[in-house]
Design a protein around this ligand. Structure first.
Ligand SMILES: [Zn+2]
Length: 448
């Protein structure tokens, strides 16, 4: 039987009447008012400032299949097969605003589409959650714009008010991606399906409302759970409301992942390597029965390895002091472990000195300084660059970069990191949606 996701997407994409808007939930296909019966471009192109504009070409092949077919027509991308030529041809066969044929993308540590690593773009994507305060939002937006790069804002609409709305709106106008982070930011691993549904649809409705109360942002494709607290019910609701990707799962904790060999994003047609590892290792938050969600992509947040002291000089952090000398400093890894009592410290060590790839976990949980923050980001980015070029997906909170101290120092660290990554010709700083688009239809570095 065909998945609800698939049926609903098709349904929405062909009906195209305003009366269907509410039934079509909260993703990029929601714009019933502009959806055309012939399937031609229903939405303006998604925000981008790094990718060339490739005309949506409609049905030139690609995964579209006969709508009368059953679920078994779902395409599975095999990175080793005939996709190779297509990946080196820069013309897109799909419209990035449609996802009417969910593809099964199994987890892989190799680039998709048969791309050679040296021909694969290294994507760095920042997603900023909550967006509580106008000054932090402005500082992030200004910094990224000055760098000529973009980001994704995972808004929680409990923070949408007369102070934040103009800055949120400015980011929309500047082409930043808007994503969903619930309405109240009061969800957990025990949230029910009905509550997830209300949280996600209410957030969508507020974001899509016209300015000045909302943002008029209807092309919303992605979701991140507050506190990275998710459950099986969440994924059911995301599929039901036709979101295209989630970014709530922390990726790469398996000790076999050494920073150079992260998994590329994958769809939740199966639990995938991250949930599988976390559950096998006894992380209680993942202790739930998993239901397959065909085509729903997981852009797992990249876990970060606290670097060993032997790279302290290279990355500019303080190593352990020599024995019997002042200030008797422990190694960076030990200093972080001291901030993690109990099970958290045990998990940190057994996963290979890893912390979640969010600024909160670094700045407030591990309590690193802004220069250590920069060092951790650069060290992990370099591992990606020297390895398989799996996307570097970092999560932030714009309100941690306020005008007041230490906001400017943190902002400087973030700015320095962007400057650092941009020097490498294989790097593209993009939105999460652009990473999704790449996984859905991989293209070679020369196409970006
Ligand atoms: Zn949050």
């Amino acid at each position: 039987m065909r998945s609800y996701l698939l049926r609903q997407l098709r349904f929405c994409s062909v009906v195209g009447l305003s009366v269907m808007v509410s039934a079509c939930g909260g993703n990029g296909l929601v714009d019933g008012e502009t959806t055309l019966a012939d399937g031609s471009a229903p939405l303006p192109p998604p925000p981008t400032n790094t990718s060339p504009t490739v005309p949506a070409s409609g049905n030139q092949g690609g995964p579209t299949t006969n709508p009368q077919d059953g679920l078994d027509d779902q395409e599975t991308i095999n990175p080793d097969e005939e996709e190779t030529n297509a990946a080196y041809n820069c013309v897109r066969s799909i419209d990035v605003n449609y996802y009417d044929e969910p593809v099964n993308i199994p987890a892989s540590q190799s680039p998709p589409g048969g791309l050679a690593v040296e021909d694969t773009p290294l994507f760095v994507a920042f997603g900023f959650d909550d967006n509580i305060a106008a000054d932090g939002m402005k500082n992030i937006t200004d910094t990224f714009q000055a760098q000529g790069v973009t980001a994704t804002f995972f808004h929680s609409t409990t923070y949408l008010n007369t102070q934040t709305q103009p800055e949120w709106m400015r980011a929309v106008s500047a082409g930043y991606e808007v994503a969903n982070h619930t309405d109240t930011h009061n969800t957990s691993t025990s949230t029910t399906s009905a509550s997830w549904s209300n949280e996600i649809s209410t957030c969508y409705q507020k974001l899509s409302a016209a300015s000045p109360s909302g943002l008029g942002a209807t092309a919303i494709f992605g979701f991140r759970a507050p506190f990275l607290a998710y459950n099986n019910e969440l994924y059911g609701v995301l599929a039901q409301q036709m979101y295209w990707y989630d970014s709530s799962i922390e990726g790469g904790y398996d000790p076999a992942i050494d920073g150079t060999n992260h998994y590329y994003p994958y769809t939740l047609d199966s639990a995938g390597p991250d949930l599988t590892y976390l559950r096998g290792a006894g992380f209680t938050k993942t202790d739930f029965d998993f239901t397959a969600r065909p085509g729903l992509m997981e852009l797992a947040i990249t876990s970060l390895i606290i670097p060993p002291d032997d790279v302290a000089n290279e990355y500019g952090f303080e190593p352990a002091s020599a024995p019997n000398t002042w200030p008797n400093l422990k190694s960076f890894r030990e200093r972080v472990k001291d901030k993690f009592p109990g099970q958290k410290g045990t998990d940190y060590e057994r996963t290979g000195y890893k912390v979640p790839g969010l600024d909160w976990n670094l700045l407030f949980d591990a309590q690193v300084t802004p220069s250590e923050f920069l060092a951790v980001l650069k060290y992990n980015f370099d591992l990606h660059r020297q390895g398989n070029r799996a996307p570097f997906l970092f999560g932030g909170h714009s309100n941690y970069y306020p005008n007041a101290a230490p906001g400017p120092d943190r902002l400087q660290a973030l700015n320095d990191f962007i400057t650092y990554v941009k020097q490498f010709p294989e790097v593209r700083v993009v939105s999460y949606k652009e990473v999704f688009d790449f996984m859905r239809e991989p293209k070679a570095l020369s196409c970006y």
